[in-house]
Design a protein around this ligand. Structure first.
Ligand SMILES: O=C(O)CCC(=O)C(=O)O
Ligand SMILES: [Fe+2]
Length: 390
């Protein structure tokens, strides 16, 4: 058994994610530029995320379901409810939010772009009878990128050691491979074909992971895991912390290559797809991984076809914990950590570590090893389990 280096605890803080879980688009507003989660994002930490488009020109540029409306708001005697009613004539209004602290500028967020278009055409620059005859100045709103200040407002402490997180079944082993092994593993995958997803590239071995079903086709075995990972797989099976779970034969490998700043939406790996041990080796670059335990965390199948792996319920409460994954470390998820906690990599180019700014300057490559199962999952966490959904 190889020795596991002790981990020096440090007080690290991250500028992590949003407090509120996004809608099924955890890709959320950074990616869905039209904004599908206005209520959670428009005023994150008191700072509006929808904002006035920069520069001059017409209606403010690219059409969006969110309108920036000036000369209107509580400071000029117009309540948000009144705004919602007036704009509601053009389609479903999802929300009205303060655009800034003036009280005289609001964001009106529609369900549909077409409604925003109709409202803009009818109401812009004209006195609006249902809003006291005020002339409104309307443009399409844009989403202000996350700033460090936003992130700091939404930060949670980041641990270096899994033991600090108190999540049963979670382990982080530092320096699981050497620098030389890391280079060899990276070179091996760089020689092989990558598959492009929307924001990152992947390779699958053993069985292909299907992002639409979040499962594998057990009938299509692609072959044994490649020999270049054999030393890693052997080393995993010798990890004493894992007792008998390490004796499972890992037969599926997903290699992920994340460009700087790209993360992964919160998800639990499908229970009925994989056995109780999931191992993720980090190479090349670091990341922060957040764990979330949802109080009402039933397993929600993904509706939209996407590779972002978002599986979460909007508006549910959750506990957050965060850990720093350095290159060459391996993260082990078993038991509760594997079955009941969502894991998530925030989409950040910058993280705060010990009050200093850490840039994710390089790509991160992860090797995630799992064991495919054929029958239903029999875990002890039915509320998170696709096999035992109540
Ligand atoms: O990149 C990682 O470390 C995690 C990947 C992951 O969670 C997954 O592929 O399900
Ligand atoms: Fe995962």
């Amino acid at each position: 058994m190889r020795a596991i280096k002790p981990i020096r605890p440090r007080n690290i803080k991250t500028v992590a994610s949003k407090k509120k879980p996004a809608s099924t688009g955890q890709v959320g507003l950074e990616e869905k530029r039209n904004g599908e989660d206005p209520s959670g994002e428009a005023n994150m930490g008191g700072v509006p995320r929808f904002t006035r488009p920069k520069g001059g020109g017409g209606d403010g540029g690219e059409a969006s379901p969110n309108l920036y409306v000036a000369n209107c708001g509580p400071a000029v005697g117009i309540s948000h409810e009144a705004v919602a009613a007036a704009f509601g004539e053009f389609g479903e209004v999802r929300g009205v939010f303060a655009a800034d602290e003036s009280g005289a500028r609001v964001i009106v967020s529609y369900a549909e772009v077409g409604s925003a278009q109709a409202a803009l055409e009818s109401l812009n620059g004209r006195p609006c009878p249902s809003l006291g005859g005020r002339s409104l100045h309307i443009r399409y709103s844009v989403i202000r990128p996350h700033t460090l200040e936003d992130q700091a407002n939404d930060s949670i402490p980041v641990s270096l050691a899994a033991s600090e997180l108190n999540i049963p079944g979670l382990y982080l082993l530092h320096d699981f491979v050497t620098l030389e092994e890391e280079q060899e593993l990276i070179a091996a995958v760089d020689e092989r074909p990558w598959k492009n997803l929307s924001k990152r590239r992947v390779q699958h071995y053993g069985y292909e992971f299907c992002y639409e079903t979040r499962n594998v086709n057990t009938e299509r075995h692609l072959g044994e895991l490649p020999t270049f990972v054999s030393p890693v797989v052997e080393r995993i099976s010798a990890i004493s912390e894992l007792d008998n779970s390490a004796s499972v034969t890992l037969d599926q490998l997903t290699v992920n290559e994340y460009p700087p700043g790209v993360g992964l939406s919160p998800h639990i790996d499908t229970h009925s797809a994989f056995d109780g041990l999931i191992c993720s080796l980090s190479l090349a670059g670091p990341c922060i991984m957040e764990f979330r335990r949802y109080s009402d965390g039933s397993w929600v199948p993904k509706s939209a076809s996407s590779d972002d792996m978002t599986v979460e319920k909007p508006d549910s409460n959750f506990v957050r914990k965060s850990i720093y994954l350095p290159p060459r470390s391996i993260l082990l998820l078993s038991g509760e950590a594997r079955y009941a906690w969502h894991h998530y990599i925030p989409h950040h180019k910058i993280d705060m570590v010990n009050d200093s700014v850490i840039r994710r300057g390089s790509r991160r490559i992860s090797f995630t090893f799992r064991k495919v199962i054929r029958g239903p999952c029999g875990c002890e966490f039915p509320q998170y389990c696709d096999s035992q959904r109540l």
